[in-house]
Design a protein around this ligand. Sequence first.
Ligand code: SAH
Ligand code: AVI
Length: 347
Amino acid sequence: MSTSYQEKITDPLVRDQRLHLEYFLDRKLANDRGQDIIDGLNRTRKTLPPKYFYDGKGSQLFEQICELPEYYPTRTEASILKKYAPDIAEVTGKVKLIELGSGSSTKTRLLLNAYQALDYPLSYVPIDVSGTILKESAYSLLQDYSSLNIKGIIGTYEQALSNLKLVTQEPKLLIFLGSTIGNFSDLECDRFINLVTSSLAIGDYFLLGIDLQKPTAILEDAYNDSQGVPADFNLNMLCHLNSRFQGNFQPSLFQHQAIYNEVDCQIEMYLTSQESHQATLKDLNLVVDFQQGENILTEISRKFNISQMQTYLHSQGLELIQSYTDEQKWFGLLLCQKSFTSRRGLR
Ligand code: SAH
Ligand code: AVI
């Protein structure tokens, strides 16, 4: 059971009480014992959870990735939202906007603009494991939207969503953009969607961004750009682990690799050890041996098909109301509603 605490905001920008922050990770992250890291690095095929990409530096690097010419998902999803956010706002009516993995909240502005145009009061709950980017984005949003109220939750999806069940019954739109759902395995996806449906009331909405299947070359370029930013993003995970868990990983001993697995329709991102060596994470009492050429799988990024996703969401009690895409059909935005029935019966 994780504990949370509220932060008293002293920033002059938010003296008017329009920002509340709730932390599920304490500042020293002492609650987080990194069991997922121990489990992943003790496997025969080593893995690390992608949430460890996102310290302050990792969030900055992700923002740089979003600007790269090769990384089409962000700008494509933004173009869809630019066109259809007014439609989405019309369909949902007045809602509390809750965003999972909100990051810079840049695309969210397109939705806020649409609700603002309808004169709805703006209420936003960004949720992100990276406190630095969540706070920066919240301050910037408050400056730009005078009627906006924000309750930021700094923690994992699980921590935040379990807590949301206890919150008010006002109509909600839960959004999960950027195809971040593609970073989950099947099992993680089932658990995540179960948490989503449990935190929504019947009639609430869920807006999901998904990256669609396309030729391998386009996909591989997006994760191996000419400037090497995805490589820096991948390697930064080791620096994050070093500072968080007193580690001695040497990023220079690893190389970034991203390949598209056409069978499983997923980009696989690896850190490949360039020589045999040992690394330690003191706080986790963990010593790890690496062979030359051995990989750590740091991320999968699955590429989807709209109708398969529709069938899956239906089986989980989420009905597709409307799907939106771009001209090239590179990215999909699915507006769903929690229905009366689900695989698990009436709720
Ligand atoms: N939604 C934004 C950001 C996507 S990057 C966009 O579409 O551009 C993924 C975001 O999810 C990051 O900001 C990261 O910090 C956050 N994140 C990753 N794993 C998380 C987890 N387990 N719980 C909460 N947030 C997480
Ligand atoms: C956040 N997530 C959806 C990104 C993706 O494309 O899978 C993370 C990323 N990894 C490398 N580049 C971007």
